[in-house]
Design a protein around this ligand. Structure first.
Ligand code: SAH
Ligand code: SF4
Ligand code: F3S
Length: 454
């Protein structure tokens, strides 16, 4: 997360001289959201954010455990913090997030510099844990507590941005054979709808125009409505869409098997639901999909995409892919390439399989040699990049809505996002964050689109 935005202003803090908190965020959007809420939790304790670790009284690493390299980064970063801690022994170092959840004790053993370890479900306890550190303890909180952390956290302060994340669902019951998330985030839990509606209304009252609903399996959302009735994600989206001033709704990340009919219908007839969908498939081979425990076939996924596109023809689709899953043959990989050609992605993330401790796939011995996986990843990424370029290029000459977020790097430039989540910049003076304007796209540059106000 960029720590430049002051979530906690001095006026909100209790202490006369604010202490400084640096948070470094790894991993997915939910970690970005959690980092904001951790900063907010520390506000009443007298902490303001700094983007410079060397100025900090406390450094929090909000970590990701999804792939081996992601987890290793934490120990690397702790090594880099060592000289700071030695120079300033009062500085507190905390490890939060999914590595904390997965290897709490091991972190403390491997890195004696760490003062506290707090899992993703326990960070509402941060203020108490910091007090324990002051009393000479080294607290670890990696339980899945019975209370809901969201009920214990302070109310959200004014937003500096027109876009916000909002966690509606956490955890995962899918147990894909390669994935640590069910172990780090726990079982699927949906927040009650009225809490989400209240949080959303407050965000909008403070200037937010676009909300991205977050969940590890966000479309598995089934939360309790105000009278205890079941709300699906589609119901939640439709109720959120009634909030005046909220212009755009997105959600991420979804599982193909939870793409229910009412959600597909909402893509067709709810104008505030944006035409961009991240729907990972991981592989195009039925054999690999089965071994991954994804519980659908390639043909079922393609048929699902066809149904969603029938509801919303201009939908831009994004996906995640893993190459080199144990046992993946050349033919399995070609099946993935075929699926990508059939579906057509506007954006995508692709990864080399990484064996994660404790997952069923990590037991497998039929590993794909690294150089084979590398070559496959290169070919897949070349195809995905080509598709992404074509999607960007297809925007040239078209008009679209852009929600402007901030001035660009160049003078007189503003940047924002199209409905399709593409970065767009225009030459303009005096726009305000949160302006929604019509833009004609004039050029597709590498990772963004250049446009002019209509
Ligand atoms: N809940 C989301 C994914 C969360 S993890 C979903 O079900 O799609 C984000 C992505 O990381 C996954 O989609 C997958 O492509 C990748 N990933 C997860 N575990 C991995 C592993 N062990 N090795 C490589 N990539 C992995
Ligand atoms: Fe991981 Fe699969 Fe759950 Fe996604 S659905 S978080 S990939 S176990
Ligand atoms: Fe990483 Fe945890 Fe998110 S493992 S991807 S930070 S849920």
């Amino acid at each position: 997360m960029s720590n430049t935005e002051n979530l906690n202003t001095e006026a909100q803090t209790a202490a006369a001289v604010p202490k400084k908190l640096h948070i470094k965020t790894y991993g997915c959007q939910m970690n970005v959201y959690d980092s904001e809420r951790m900063a907010e939790a520390m506000g009443p304790e007298g902490y303001v954010l700094t983007d410079r670790p060397e100025d900090a009284d406390m450094v929090l690493l909000n970590t990701c455990h999804i792939r081996e390299r992601a987890a290793e980064k934490v120990y690397h970063e702790l090594g880099r913090l060592k000289p700071l801690k030695l120079a300033k022994p009062d500085m507190k170092i905390g490890v939060a997030g999914c590595v904390a959840q997965a290897e709490g004790e091991e972190i403390r053993r491997r890195s004696p510099l760490v003062d506290l370890v707090v899992g993703s479900q326990s960070y509402h306890k941060l203020p108490a844990m910091v007090k324990a550190v002051d009393a000479g303890e080294k607290p670890i909180e990696t339980e899945f507590p019975v209370e809901d952390k969201f009920d214990m956290l302070p109310e959200r302060p004014a937003s500096a941005r027109p876009t916000a994340f909002l966690t509606v669902q956490e955890g995962c019951d899918k147990f894909c054979a390669f994935c640590v998330v069910p172990y780090t985030r726990g079982a699927e839990v949906s927040r009650p709808a009225d809490r989400i509606m209240t949080e959303a209304r407050k965000l909008v009252a403070k200037g937010v125009r676009e909300i991205t609903l977050l969940g590890q399996n966000v479309n598995a959302y089934h939360g309790a409505g105000p009278a205890g009735e079941d709300w699906s994600l589609a119901r939640l989206v439709r109720e959120l869409a009634k909030i005046d001033g909220l212009e755009r709704i997105r959600y991420t990340t979804s599982h193909p098997n939870d793409m229910e009919d009412d959600l597909i219908a909402a893509h067709g007839d709810e104008p505030k639901l944006m035409p961009y969908l991240h729907l990972p498939v991981q592989s195009g081979s039925d054999k690999v999909l089965k071994a991954m425990n994804r519980k659908h076939t390639a043909a079922q996924y393609i048929a699902l995409i066809e149904r969603i596109r029938a509801a919303r023809p201009d939908l831009v689709l994004s996906g995640d892919f893993i190459v080199g899953f144990p046992g993946e043959t050349d033919q399995d990989f070609e099946d993935t390439m075929d699926l990508v050609r059939k579906v057509g992605y506007g954006a995508a993330y692709s990864f080399k399989y990484s064996a994660r401790p404790g997952t069923p796939a990590a037991e497998r011995k039929d590993l794909v040699p690294a150089e084979v996986a590398d070559a496959r990843l290169q070919r897949l990424q070349a195809l995905l990049t080509e598709q992404q370029r074509a999607t960007q290029q297809a925007m040239v000459g078209r008009e679209c809505w852009v929600l402007f977020e901030k001035p660009g790097r160049q003078a007189g430039q503003w940047v924002g996002k199209s409905d399709f989540l593409q970065a767009v910049h225009v030459k303009a003076e005096g726009l305000a964050p949160g302006t929604l304007a019509r833009v004609r796209i004039i050029e597709a540059v590498t990772n963004s689109l250049a446009g002019e106000l209509v």
